[in-house]
Design a protein around this ligand. Structure first.
Ligand SMILES: [Cu+2]
Length: 269
């Protein structure tokens, strides 16, 4: 190729296209805030951690596991957790760069710091099927189980993309659920795929004519997680300085609202 000014410009443009930061490509969880999500309204990362500029990047491909589920095991501090009630519908939102023709999504909960997961919603094929016009208003409602026990919970989003390199995405939000005092959540284990040679690989499924291996989701093993009662924040909270709040249940919620609004008014987020 002869480098005339024209072809030079095109070459530079193509290079720029492929070297822009990952934060503009792929997709991540922004409501509730995935860990260290830099989107507006998301809290500061905990001490020693930084905003994840690659929050939208996959955790692995069919070839390799690049990062662990959730990307990191260090949760947000207790005061940054969003509080939901059992039975609440979370209107999940996403920082969408590339949506890869949509795909399969799973949303799962863990009550034991990501050792055991139970899937509470699965969306086959149509998840993140957006366009440039619809991507900003895109939401997926995910209902927390009506009888979910109270506790500090990790809320995970998993995505198997439809088009492009075969990838697995995983972002986790640190939330608190106010529900029953102890109990169990029943469901299935998440299906992990496109995550190194030891896991299943989903071929591309750009249109409905292509097989999407949805039948694999029916093979997920059943799981029940049991949560002991009196699961108060002082007992399982990640911030040992958090005061017990059994006598003032609204205190945590107030401090979260104050915390996030002070971040907003200070222009930090
Ligand atoms: Cu991507």
């Amino acid at each position: 190729m002869i480098l005339t000014p024209n072809t030079l410009f095109i070459t530079l443009a193509i290079l720029l296209l492929f070297t822009k930061p990952n934060v503009h490509a792929h997709t991540g969880l922004s409501t509730p805030c995935g860990r260290y999500q830099g989107a507006a309204g998301c809290p500061f990362p905990p001490p020693g951690q930084v905003v994840d500029v690659n929050i939208n990047a996959p955790i692995g491909t069919n070839l390799a596991q690049v990062q662990q589920l959730c990307k990191t095991s260090v949760p947000y501090p207790f005061a940054s957790r969003t509080v939901y009630k059992a039975g609440d519908i979370i209107q999940t939102a996403y920082s969408i760069g590339s949506w890869h023709g949509g795909g399969h999504c799973q949303w799962a909960l863990s009550y034991d710091r990501e050792k055991t997961w139970v899937v509470i919603k699965t969306e086959i094929r149509t998840c993140l099927r957006v366009t440039e016009e619809t991507k900003n208003g895109y939401r997926v409602p995910v209902m927390l189980p009506k009888d979910a026990p109270s506790g500090n919970v990790t809320f995970m989003w998993l995505w198997i993309n439809a088009i492009g390199q075969r990838e697995l995405y995983s972002n986790c939000a640190d939330i608190r659920i106010e529900g029953r005092d102890g109990g169990s959540v029943k469901g299935v284990e998440p299906l992990i795929a496109n995550y190194g040679p030891s896991n299943p690989v989903f071929p591309e499924f750009p249109t409905d004519e292509y097989p999407d291996l949805h039948e694999l989701f029916a093979t997920r093993r059943a799981v029940t997680i049991n949560v002991k009662g009196s699961n108060s924040p002082s007992q399982i909270g990640t911030d040992p300085a958090s005061p017990p709040e059994t006598s003032q249940p609204s205190r945590a919620r107030r401090s979260i609202l104050t915390y996030s609004s002070s971040l907003r008014t200070s222009g930090i987020v």
